[in-house]
Design a protein around this ligand. Structure first.
Ligand code: NAD
Length: 444
């Protein structure tokens, strides 16, 4: 570990220090990048217990879930990057037109400089360190800003990151609105923000002052359509696993379900059974069921329970920030639960006549971060693929697309702009420079 850990450095000086490091060229060589990725991997694997404990303190996350969705998610991303980085960075030749006869052309990836990564609280390790890994792999210096709403995880990461990584090129700034506002007043070469759209607008406005490009990883209401030709028990099992992970506090969690009346009725019963199967008769006692992050979000979610009839769940305990996995039926399209991203363990089911109405319903609202379709019909699946727009599209399995490292992860429209994961992180955190080489005229 490095001994040099700067103490409460003023933000302007910190960014200037990282920029000085970047200007020396130290972060550019492949060796530096891979060394940082190995160190980041070691940080994760050597501190599993501390990270899991922090995730339990912040979100009541179970040990297995903490390892799988936060720690190992980033480990896998790092391994994939280490395996392919040299190949991803290889300059790509481009054909030259006839009038440039003897010249050769190529594109090459240049690091951008100093990158700011602002993370949210729901997967506070994954959503900070995956973009940090991408920014380092692309040869940048990085300022990482964890979420103040996951304070235990923020403190662990603030202690570990400068200790494991090159602390002249990587820094952590903890804090909330005041610190982030001060950070955003600095000039960065890229700002990567994950969180809600209201703050996304604040970030983009601040970045515009410096003409700094942004990636905005936002959220929204991710719909599910369940066709009548599917097995309700199996669909319910997969929906429960995806929806109630982290107590529904997942950006790509199924937000609401659309189905025809008969399918909706069968699915409601199957969902109730699947919830009990996964979390037992008393989910409050299930060691793998998370808690709501804070009282503000808890109160907001409890306020949404009146939007329909609970076929399962509805129970809650403010002192514990516990809200049972809940499925609502008889939900009207204009009910409060349909006005905003739920971001909690409430799953409303809405009735539609069939695929036509479901597609129109989805297209009548903001473009979601994810869309899930369960249908045995290739034609219905093709229609959703061609007639709707969303950050990602999953057939038959919620959430899983974001674990495929060669798929870009990001939103469109109100659910965000830009993407990352795997080689897409290199695209995001690099400038693709056009290079033309004509032989220099020889001296006489
Ligand atoms: P949050 O409250 O932790 O905020 C995110 C970050 O923004 C934090 O680091 C916070 O300090 C900072 N911030 C808050 N207010 C700010 C301000 N006024 N100015 C500057 N910075 C500020 O997290 P959240 O926004 O509640 O996260 C939940 C939202 O994020 C949901 O909408 C969810 O869908 C979305 N999300 C998206 C993804 C994705 O990958 N696309 C992942 C997780 C969450």
């Amino acid at each position: 570990m490095n001994d040099h850990v700067p103490a409460a450095e003023p933000i302007g000086a910190l960014v200037a220090r990282l920029r000085d490091t970047f200007r020396t060229g130290r972060t550019r060589p492949l060796e530096w990048r891979t060394a940082q990725l190995h160190r980041l991997r070691a940080l994760l694997t050597e501190n599993r217990a501390d990270l899991a404990e922090a995730l339990r303190a912040d979100l009541g996350k179970g040990e297995q879930e903490a390892q799988r969705t936060d720690v190992d998610f980033v480990v896998r991303e790092i391994d994939h990057t280490l395996e392919h980085l040299a190949e991803w960075l290889r300059p790509e030749p481009a054909p030259v037109p006839a009038h440039l006869g003897g010249a050769v052309a190529r594109t090459q990836y240049d690091p951008l400089g100093v990158v700011l990564v602002i993370a949210p609280w729901n997967y506070p390790v994954q959503l900070l360190l995956t973009p940090v890994a991408g920014a380092l792999a692309a040869g940048n210096a990085v300022v990482a800003k964890p979420s103040e709403l996951a304070p235990a995880t923020s403190a662990v990461l603030a202690r570990l990151l400068p200790a494991y990584l090159d602390s002249d090129a990587v820094a952590v700034v903890e804090g909330g609105v005041a610190e982030t506002t001060e950070l955003l007043a600095q000039r960065f070469d890229h700002v990567f923000y994950t969180g809600n759209g209201a703050v996304g607008r604040v970030v983009m406005r601040a970045a515009a002052e410096h003409l700094t490009p942004v990636t905005l990883e936002l959220g929204g209401k991710s719909p599910v359509f369940v066709d009548r030709d599917t097995d309700p028990e199996e669909v319910a099992r997969r929906l429960v696993a995806g929806k109630f992970l982290n107590a529904g506090q997942t950006c790509v969690a199924p937000d609401y379900v659309l189905a025809d009346p008969a399918t909706a009725a069968a699915l409601a019963q199957a969902l109730a059974a699947a919830v009990e199967d996964r979390y037992g008769a008393d989910p409050a006692a299930a060691p793998h069921y998370s808690r709501i992050v804070n009282e503000r979000h808890f109160d907001r979610l409890v306020g949404l329970l009146g939007s329909g009839r609970a076929v399962v769940g509805g129970g809650h305990d403010r002192a514990e920030r516990y809200l049972a996995p809940t499925v609502l039926t008889g939900v009207a399209p204009d009910a409060p639960v349909m006005q905003e991203e739920i971001f909690g363990p409430i799953l409303p089911i809405l009735e539609v006549a069939g695929p036509d109405e479901a597609i129109a319903f989805v297209n009548g609202r903001e473009k979601p971060l994810a869309l899930y379709v369960f249908s045995g019909s290739a034609q219905v699946r093709r229609r959703f693929a061609e007639e709707t727009s969303s950050g990602g599209l999953g057939f038959g399995l919620p959430l899983a697309h974001l674990t495929v490292p060669d798929l870009p992860f990001g939103g469109v429209g109100e659910s965000g702009m830009g993407s990352y994961h795997g080689r897409y992180s290199i695209e995001t955190f690099s400038h693709r420079k056009a290079v033309l080489e004509e032989p220099a005229p020889a001296a006489c």
